[in-house]
Write a protein of this length. Structure first.
Length: 461
């Protein structure tokens, strides 16, 4: 079986493409209803848009909603436009409120007129909840949370709480953690379902709840939300407004999406790649437009190396062999700087490092840079001696390597801290940016050392 065929039969062994082409609507609905949305997604890329519309229309509304919530914004919008209005309403009303808010926002950006038509299909209560969530920034806790949670009163008994759960739980996102609120809905405490079940039926909720509640506000950045959930090993995190009223919860599955998104953005930025492109679906023209500006900036920056070399061309004319070592020296500087920058950016992202740790990092990297520089200096000196190069040139190359490596280490370690201090994402200190900086700095170091050691072109600079 070739790779393509294997991909097409990923959905529970069913060839979806052939199924859509050969099967009537009733039979198709019967088959796909037995498949999980994740199984359908395995073969999704092999289907045409028309086939995808047929499958979404054939699915039960709850499964169609789960499938649609896993698709990108553009495809969500396109599918909702292609479905018949009754199917659109059925799918949207099955979406979790946070997913519904995202879908409506995406549709509004894609086609505002169509978005209004879709909103008209929804019930007023469903629409009100979605629009309330849509009022929050997408990258804040308010944009991640769902309002479908269960809250209890401190004066309830355990028996009353369990009875209440039997009535309220079908509409809740999760009931494994229960939040206790006062009459104004301000957050008072939390208890687990396990604690509730094992307590005496007559015990008051206020007597068994934990009042030391960890929460975030609606304006908390999504990266901070992910960090709190990871640090405390939470499955659910409560979200409060500015008056400490409980307004929603963020679940760990929402945070996993955030972690993946933030990690992808950081990787893209470290490689100076666009962060808002779905590479698998992007056409060449879009990739060109997104990648061109940053790469053009780097190309323009690289012209500085030409200016430096031109300025010191007299040095190269006197000792021609020096030109042969330029790629080795500046390449090593770029590699060293990019490596340490990656380590520091990641540590800042995971909060293993804070701004106050800069001095400690600087001292550590002075030591590390010195050791690396000495090791590389010995290597290049030994390598050059094999070619019976003049000893003074060997000395100049060794000194240059030591200084370039130490400088690259300090630049790579310092730039992420500087960016964080300025309120800029440290991941923007990308490998190409570090390499460009070290190309220019490395050349300046090289020629200055050569002039000092060899006296070549001493009239320049």
């Amino acid at each position: 079986m070739d790779q393509k065929t294997a991909g097409q039969k990923g959905a529970g062994g069913v060839d979806l493409k052939a199924l859509v082409e050969r099967t009537d609507a009733a039979a198709l609905a019967e088959v796909v209803a037995e498949l999980r949305p994740q199984e359908l997604l395995e073969s999704w890329e092999d289907l045409s848009f028309e086939d995808r519309v047929l499958i979404v229309a054939a699915l039960p509304p709850d499964k169609a909603a789960e499938l649609v919530s896993n698709l990108g914004d553009d495809e969500q919008s396109a599918l909702l436009e292609a479905l018949h209005p009754p199917a659109v309403r059925a799918v949207l009303e099955e979406l979790d409120p946070d997913d519904l808010a995202d879908a409506l926002q995406a549709l509004e950006e894609h086609d505002a007129e169509q978005a209004e038509a879709v909103k008209a299909l929804l019930g007023p209560d469903v629409l009100a909840v979605a629009e309330a969530l849509a009022s929050y920034e997408e990258e804040e806790a308010g944009g991640l949370m769902t309002p479908e949670f269960v809250s209890l009163a401190a004066g309830m008994t355990v028996d009353q709480a369990l009875e209440f759960l039997r009535e309220a739980s079908p509409d809740a996102e999760t009931i494994y953690y229960l939040y206790v609120v006062d009459r104004d809905h301000r957050l008072l405490g939390v208890l687990s379902l396990r604690e509730l079940i094992v307590a005496s039926p007559s015990t008051r909720i206020g007597d068994i709840m934990d009042t030391n509640v960890v929460w975030v506000t609606t304006s908390t950045d999504q990266e901070e939300v992910a960090r709190v959930i990871a640090d405390y090993d939470f499955a659910v995190l409560p979200v409060v407004d500015e008056t400490e009223r409980l307004v929603g919860i963020v679940t760990v599955d929402d945070v996993l999406d955030v972690v993946e998104l933030e990690a992808t953005e950081d990787i893209h930025r470290l490689g100076a790649a666009p962060v808002d492109v779905d590479y698998a679906r992007a056409p060449p023209w879009l990739l060109f437009r997104k990648r061109m500006p940053w790469l053009l900036l780097l190309v323009v920056s690289m012209t500085l190396t030409f200016n430096v070399i031109s300025h010191f061309e007299g040095v190269l004319a006197e000792v021609v062999i020096l030109a042969a070592f330029i790629p080795l020296l500046i390449g090593t500087g770029g590699n060293v700087g990019a490596q340490i920058a990656t380590l520091v950016v990641r540590s800042l992202a995971t909060r293993d490092l804070e701004l106050r740790d800069y001095l400690g990092v600087l001292l550590k990297e002075i030591g590390t840079g010195l050791l690396l520089g000495l090791a590389f200096s010995v290597f290049i000196a030994g390598y050059v001696l094999l070619f019976q190069v003049e000893p003074r040139v060997v000395l100049a190359l060794g000194m240059t390597m030591l200084l370039i490596v130490m400088t690259a280490n300090l630049v790579g370690a310092s730039l992420p801290f500087l960016f964080r201090r300025l309120g800029i994402d440290p991941a923007l200190t990308s490998s190409p940016a570090i390499t460009t900086i070290m190309d220019v700095v490395g050349l300046l170091i090289y020629f200055r050392v050569v002039i000092w050691v060899l006296g070549a072109g001493s009239g320049q600079g």
